[in-house]
Design a protein around this ligand. Structure first.
Ligand code: FES
Length: 117
């Protein structure tokens, strides 16, 4: 279940409850035409685009290890914190968003673009 509302007066969008993503888990959150992947790495939350930049893989269905997400489609990898590719065949960075924890919700500014390169 995910709140799909702007957090009042902040410009932020709530993607899901903090409790909805256990440590080590990943959650796919469709919101306003974009699929987001919400990660919980030992209590720290990160948000990337869910779609692999290499092909049709859904990263929320992938495998998390050592701060990296392995795409389930061709086993390419990305650094979850930066979105940078770390293993082929992935070569283009993921879009990532700064996470704001507000009122028990994982929130982002949808307009932010931290994608490198
Ligand atoms: S679709 Fe993700 S590695 Fe190819």
């Amino acid at each position: 279940m995910h709140a799909d509302a702007l957090v009042e007066n902040s410009g932020l969008r709530a993607l899901c409850a903090i409790d909805a993503v256990a440590s080590g888990a990943t959650l796919k959150v469709p919101s306003e035409g974009t699929d987001y992947a919400v990660f919980n790495l030992d209590g720290r939350f990160y948000v990337t685009q869910d779609a692999c930049t290499h092909g049709p893989g859904s990263l929320s269905e992938g495998y998390v290890e050592n701060g990296e997400i392995e795409c389930p489609f061709h086993q390419g990898r990305f650094d979850i914190t930066s979105g940078q590719p770390t293993a082929p065949p992935c070569s283009d960075a993921l879009r990532v968003w700064t996470v704001h924890l507000v009122d028990g919700q994982v929130c982002i500014d949808p307009a932010e673009d931290r994608r490198a390169g």
